[in-house]
Design a protein around this ligand. Sequence first.
Ligand SMILES: [Zn+2]
Length: 265
Amino acid sequence: MMIGGWQIVALRDARGPFLDWAAGFPDAGEREWASARAADPAAFGADGKWWLDFRAYAIRAADGRVTLVDAGIGPATAPARAWAPVPGRLPEAMAEAGIDPADVGTVVLTHLHTDHCGWAVDPDGTPVFPNARYVVQHAETKWLAAAEPMYSWAVRPLRDAGQLDEITGESVVLRTSSGESVTLVPTPGHTPGHQSVIVQSGDAQLIVTGDVLVHAVQLVAPSVSYVYEEDQRQARDTRTNLLARARDAGAVLATPHLSEPFTVL
Ligand SMILES: [Zn+2]
């Protein structure tokens, strides 16, 4: 997908079944489910399970600089193994797209759930992307208890390596000489320090949402909550606002968990 001079590459780390869909979104009604099924039929497994992709995105600038948004479920021993179909294949997907880990200048971690940081570091704690600063909201690292597996897997090693950049609020990651930009915006609710990424070129815009919405049912009905949102009310407000903003801007959505990588509203 091109947005002006930006190339946005969808990188599928894995696909697999998770919860029974009705259990994940208990306040969705028949009408919402019918719309969601029409929007993303592949999410509804014959086994009654919610089938989902686990996806990262690379944003490649015309000069070759790469910003990676999220880092997948990770290898077989990563913390996501408790529930996600590890091992992922993000390194292979990046190689297929012609992206060398050394080309990545920035890794944006939308949040610190285990399915978004698995490939941030090797199992021995070495950062996978040697030249990258890893950008996360300070509110997110503050929220993540030191006892959580993702703390010892990624946060502490990245901090020790001097590669973790803990920011607060909106922040421009890249701006080109022609005024194109990649900007981080706080989108709390799913987790306290969740952030999304706005890719802008003139009037053209793409939003890498992160987990502001995790299923098509939240695209067709933003008021529908997901059971694993830390603050469901805040998540609902964030989702409603971000989707309204996307509609106003005619933005393309890039979502980690829907079956199609790009959604044009
Ligand atoms: Zn997720």
